[in-house]
Design a protein around this ligand. Structure first.
Ligand SMILES: O=C(O)CCC(=O)C(=O)O
Length: 291
């Protein structure tokens, strides 16, 4: 089942929606298992290189990478979808329940957008807010797309792999502000809305349980909040667009995940996806962000 009519209107009115209980634990577990395996392989390599001494093999998903990163920051380097390219992740990008929700907003011809991330937000022990290199500042997702995608509906689907709360770190969102369109951004430590243009709308704290999804319009200002807990705030932020529309990163691979008119166009081959990404990354194109 996709979204209800009320949910769709809610999204279109407020520029965001928290869709509750879309995914089951069983659907998320293969992704978690795969991440655990990637971390285990990295930890063993770092130990063999003498960069860490403890493997912490018995620590859970929510804790292990904290203990490993205290020994070597290398454990989190390039820990993202386009570098790890796992099969469970590829399968998840085409998860039926997720795509039913996507279809409710984008129709029956859908592509997976290459702007997609897996994030391990580690606990913050410092004073004030977690810094911008660890915690994404106020921005609109349109800011990380090229201008040729201005007319494309690129919708963000943000989902935690643990409960995302005010304590573990979740999204903070400005409702309805998407109606103002694009706001100029500045670069630096994380793309951020120019301070003088930051709307004064009261943000909502978008707590989101594991299995639920925060859906956002590309012009909705949002930011991450500090992780004040003692577990990792694992999450995925995925984007989808209508097949044929500009993706905002034409130099990275989009692929068809659902098509009513041409079901054969759906990419089901994990190896092909891997190859497309590897070839694109080798070319090392600079991101054509907007400012
Ligand atoms: O996961 C986070 O903390 C930030 C994610 C975000 O800002 C995004 O998906 O655009």
């Amino acid at each position: 089942m996709g979204l209800t009519h009320e949910q769709i209107v809610d999204f279109q009115t407020n520029g965001y929606l928290i869709a509750e209980d879309v995914l089951t634990d069983a659907e998320l577990q293969p992704v978690i298992d795969e991440i655990n395996q990637i971390i285990d392989e990295r930890a063993r390599r770092l130990k063999s290189e003498g960069k860490i001494t403890e493997l912490y093999e018995n620590e859970p998903f929510e804790r292990r990478i904290i203990l490993l990163s205290e020994q070597s920051k290398e454990i989190t380097k390039n820990l993202d979808i386009m570098f790890t390219l796992g099969e469970a992740m590829f399968d998840f990008l085409r998860n039926d329940r997720l795509l039913n929700v996507v279809e409710s907003l984008l129709g029956r011809e859908i592509s997976c957008n290459p702007i997609q991330h897996m994030r391990a937000k580690l606990p913050w022990r410092g004073v004030g807010e977690q810094p911008a290199d660890e915690n994404v500042p106020w921005h609109q997702d349109a800011a990380v797309t090229s201008e040729d995608s201005e007319a494309s509906e690129i919708i963000t689907f943000w989902m935690p792999l643990v409960d995302a709360t005010a304590e573990t770190g979740c999204m903070e969102i400005m409702p309805q502000v998407f109606k103002q369109g694009y706001l100029k951004h500045i670069g630096g430590e994380g793309t951020t809305i120019s301070p003088e243009l930051l709307p004064s709308a009261k943000p909502i704290t978008a707590e989101c349980r594991k299995g639920s999804i925060v859906i956002m319009n590309k012009y909705t200002p949002h930011r991450g909040t500090s992780n004040l807990s003692n577990i990792v705030r694992w999450s995925l932020d995925l984007r989808y667009h209508k097949t044929g529309a500009a993706s905002g990163r034409s130099y990275h691979p989009s692929f068809v995940v659902r098509s009513a008119s041409n079901p054969d166009s759906v990419l089901t081959d994990h190896n092909q996806w891997r190859t497309m990404w590897k070839e694109a990354i080798e070319k090392k194109q600079n991101y054509a962000h907007r400012v």
